[in-house]
Design a protein around this ligand. Sequence first.
Ligand code: SF4
Length: 360
Amino acid sequence: MSHPVSPPTHPAAPARLSLAGDSLEQLRARLMTDGQASFRADQVFNWIHARRTFDFDEMTNLAKSLRLHLNERYSVVDLDVQRRVRSQTSNCEKFLFRLADGAWIEAVWMGFEKRSTLCVSTQVGCALDCAFCATATMGFRRHLSAAEIVQQVLWVTAQPGLELSNVVFMGMGEPLHNYENVAAALRLLHDDRGLALSRRRMTVSTAGLVPQIRRMTADDLPCKLAVSLNAVTNEKRSALMPINRKYPLDPLFAACKEWTEATGQRVTFEYILMEGVNDGPDDIRGLRARLSRLPSKLNLIYYNPTERGFQSSGQPVYQRFFDELQNAPFTVTLRQNMGTDIDAACGQLLVKEERAEAAE
Ligand code: SF4
């Protein structure tokens, strides 16, 4: 398996600090330290998160001296958009951003009939090494800050023609490995003085970090829980997702059940069907047995082929899973195939871009 050759990146202090990840309370404290009145922070927060205005010069109710001060020390959205690719086959768009330290991340916007969803990254690379994933070939480079996560959302809200109703933490990285920053971003996006995204409109998708799922439950994070399942036996899942050796299926499902009991919500299990790997009759039986034990929903997801040697199961196999699980006590959905032509799966476009850059 070939690996991208760019050197690892490290967080570097940007010239100006982004305020995008500050809660209102943090922003008050920050601006008061700068000698400003507390209510100025409320105004700035309102401009950024409620009005989505990111240029301090356009914050017209601020004194000119304060705008100057903010411009000298801070920024709001400083993502550098390197590529923006629109799918020709589905209502889907992918963005490649360069961060202040030169690291690259991706976000994918998907427009559906009744909603539009942004999939954001939470780390540069990922440590979890899932066998089918393009991002895994990068290894782990660093966590994104809360500001870098929130900026992906803010940037998209400012693009003409891109509606945004839902955010899924399902891009590059394992969100719960970056728990603190993901939790801060969720709370900020949920804040009703700002974007006010309800907990039903935000989803954190994890490969199955059991202690952090328990922490989500205890902290009552304002989001839905999704688990990238992909196999229903420990042997098969450990081969696909090494994290399963540390947190096997029984403790994973126990933590999910606790979450459903505490929140009253269903867990969504994502299942990517890969030809000859996890798409047989035993897998259907295993899904029925496992998911019937708790309030749940199953998303059957098309595999966007990467260079990792797996192939998507054919359409008849997806249909068979869908049909045979119709009478199960959980909902089954067949996720629309999005963005195959733009390498929309997590990490795909970025890994290709890095290779191209390294070859120049
Ligand atoms: S599938 Fe998700 S958790 Fe697994 S390696 Fe890729 S980014 Fe990490």
